[in-house]
Design a protein around this ligand. Structure first.
Ligand code: DGP
Length: 114
């Protein structure tokens, strides 16, 4: 998608603090971090929201979660603990309409999140 900021990051048209890349996925530090470690894991292909996922993309989403697992080890938060979040649509706080998995850690987190 031409105007999608995360597509531009995936295409390396916008510089970002990259922490992980493979042929299908890229991960980078969030511009507006909500925790000492806040990383966004995105597919390179444009998918607007979780509602737009199709069954054939299940392996892609699985790889995003495995990327989060690997990055959590890299960042030293695998043992203390971390949170992963997909926001879907405006009511849940989604502001960028290209699916992204938030990986948050480095501080204690409340539950329920509110
Ligand atoms: P969400 O609210 O779930 O749609 O999360 C979008 C996140 O994306 C938000 O935490 C801020 C982050 N973000 C928005 N634009 C950029 C950008 O250009 N670069 C980076 N690194 N993060 C961005």
């Amino acid at each position: 998608m031409n105007e999608c900021i995360f597509c531009k990051i995936a295409l390396r048209q916008i510089p970002t603090d990259l922490v992980y890349e493979d042929p299908e996925i890229i991960a980078f530090r969030d511009l507006n971090p909500q925790a000492p470690i806040h990383i966004l894991i995105i597919p390179k292909v444009h998918i607007a929201t979780l509602n737009d996922l199709i069954p054939e993309q299940a392996p892609l989403v699985g790889k995003m979660i495995l990327a989060a697992q690997q990055i959590a080890v890299q960042e030293g938060i695998a043992i203390p603990g971390y949170r992963t979040v997909f926001n879907c649509n405006a009511g849940a706080g989604q502001t960028v309409f290209h699916i992204h998995l938030h990986l948050l850690g480095g501080r204690n987190m409340n539950w329920p999140p509110g």
